[in-house]
Design a protein around this ligand. Sequence first.
Ligand code: HPA
Ligand code: ZN
Length: 353
Amino acid sequence: MSNPIPFEAIPHARLPALLRTMPKAELHIHIEGSLEPELIFRLAARNGIALPYPSVEALRAAYAFTDLQSFLDIYYAGASVLIEEADFFDMAWAYFERAAADNVVHAEIFFDPQTHTARGVPMEKVIRGLHHACRRAHQELRISSKLILCFLRHLSEEDAFATLEAALPWREHFIGVGLDSSESGHPPEKFARVFARCRELGFELVAHAGEEGPASYIETALDLLQVRRIDHGVRCTESPALVERLARERVPLTVCPLSNIKLCVFPHMSRHNLPALLSAGLCVTVNSDDPAYFGGYLNQNFLALFEALPELGAREAWQLAANSFEASFVDDTVRADWRLSLDEVFRAAAQPG
Ligand code: HPA
Ligand code: ZN
């Protein structure tokens, strides 16, 4: 065993640089939510699609959300410019370049095929475009990645089954399934049978729960869907028994701080409950969710969080990065290598000078 990291020796002034440079994994990123307004306009021109906004600035000005649904309406409209395999590649490649700049070493990326297949885009174009970007990111940027297919929960379970069926010819290109879109009124149990089928097929399982929906949705995602991670999950604090369970079982929560502020889940970053979740011993991770819409990629999420919450220091920064590796769907040997490089960065930051 190596010596413990001397967190108290790390000067507070070094924290922003440390947050930027520490290696980390991103586990909650909707690739369609990384579509920047500039790329939306470029793809619209390339595909001959008319947009209801006259300019990039006008589109960006429309990004004033009051809740999850007000965001989703504009997010699905933005995704309508994605038609060809190259469009999916370009979108994902742009994300990987941002991720590399943020020292992301591993990304588990959500995609929403129903948003595209409903418009007549073949599943093959979606998955092949994303997969090629993942492959190139590994070769050129040294970022490993996995794809996770998300079912839209405002649609039926029957539609989810048809989507799974359509995606199975490319099953080696995605490791798991998730559940996203409008949460309230669409509880996890609506998808119990399709998740059971995905479990039989050997997929990893995750689900959004407890973002806008109640703590009970987190429990049913765990008990009925048997998910391995909860996306968001911040409303777990409404049930102390659930918080205790999440800590005991080390169920990872993929928390998205800037998203939570933009969608008014918390009134201000200084009121975010992430420090309380960490203190309670939960496996909390930090993620960007839909960075093109919520004001920042992964490092911006870390920086905004730590700036607003002075109780977060070097120890918590290390813990959040270590949690991101713990919660990743990778082999233990890979995880151990990442931990070594994380520890090295923190030991170097504790050196005088
Ligand atoms: N919640 C639910 N669905 C989503 C989100 C989110 O934060 N982002 C993209 N789809
Ligand atoms: Zn999300």
